[in-house]
Design a protein around this ligand. Structure first.
Ligand code: ADP
Length: 286
């Protein structure tokens, strides 16, 4: 479990997080959404121990990230948005780094590279940007680390690769693992990421599973029920498309981009209404 409690962080004199609270539970593929500059990358770096909180507590599977203990590092993998790869072959990279990850699986690496249609590279530094991304995603997802952090993973991937990535990611989710995907490309990750965490100017506006959310809100197209409380509305094909309070018959599956616009447009409503994402087991027993 990843527990972030009352965390403060600022760059020089500019505060970003003040009293940040967030809990991430194993068995989930979280989507961390936010506009550019919302604080997504900073949050990932805090979770990896690359930045230190200036107040509050942060625990990743009961360890303190900034101590960067070997057991912590071998149980976590970050695929940053920007990175470089060394001038070595893919096989040498694998043989050098795999021993750092006790749960690494060579078979999974081979399967993921095959899914991406990427032969084991002769020289990593000579790959295109998209091919480098495929290699690092395939490697990271093969480490068996319990905490995977992927920063804008679909940036730089072409259309077929985005589909291949979704398939690989879905195959890597298991009950012991937390996968945290930060993105502003919500369409690329639709129907895969859940629960959703929405960050805006360093504040968590929303942290909830789609199932919990759909129990309390409906996306309706066409005529709205009388007296419906509308939280966000657009016009599509001459008809109203609206997010309204309450569960209504005929509700459409929730569209993440629409949810994002609704939440960032009415943060005060959702911040007050949204309970923290719950453990699916707790939900099942509720
Ligand atoms: P996101 O990943 O959501 O785009 P970031 O976490 O990269 O957001 O940035 C959040 C805020 O912190 C932005 O205002 C950004 O300008 C600022 N910031 C990020 N990195 C630094 C840095 N190294 N020094 C100073 N300010 C930074």
């Amino acid at each position: 479990m990843i527990e972030i409690h009352d965390v403060n962080f600022k760059y020089l004199k500019k505060p970003l997080f003040q009293g940040l609270d967030l809990t991430l539970r194993p068995g989930n593929l979280y989507g961390l959404l936010g506009k550019n500059g919302a604080g997504k990358t900073t949050l990932l770096k805090l979770c990896c121990g690359l930045l230190y909180p200036q107040g509050g507590t942060l625990r990743v599977f009961d360890r303190v990230p900034h101590l960067r203990q070997p057991a912590f590092l071998s149980d976590l993998f970050l695929v940053p948005e920007e990175f470089s790869l060394p001038a070595v072959s893919g096989a040498l990279y694998r043989d050098m780094l795999a021993p750092l990850y006790p749960a690494f699986s060579r078979q999974r690496l081979e399967a993921h590279l095959a899914e991406f249609e990427l032969p084991m590279p002769d020289r990593l530094d000579r790959l295109s940007h998209g091919q480098k991304k495929k290699f690092l995603l395939a490697f990271g997802l093969s480490t068996g680390a319990r905490f995977l952090l992927l920063d804008e993973p679909t940036n730089g991937l072409d259309i077929p690769a985005k589909g291949q990535f979704r398939k690989i990611l879905a195959s890597e989710l298991d009950a012991d693992r937390v996968i945290l995907v930060s993105t502003h490309q919500v369409r690329d990750m639709e129907h895969l990421i859940d629960p959703i965490v929405i960050l805006d100017s360093g504040r968590i506006l929303f942290s909830q599973s789609m199932e919990d959310f759909s129990a309390h809100y409906s996306l309706l197209h066409g005529e709205l029920p009388p007296g419906a409380r509308v939280l966000h509305e657009e016009h599509v094909l001459g008809k109203s498309l609206a997010l309204v309070e309450g569960a209504h018959p005929g509700a459409l599956p929730l569209d993440l981009e629409f949810l994002f616009k609704a939440v960032t447009g009415r943060p005060e409503h959702f911040a007050a209404a949204a309970p923290a994402a719950r453990d699916p087991k707790e939900v099942a027993h509720a």
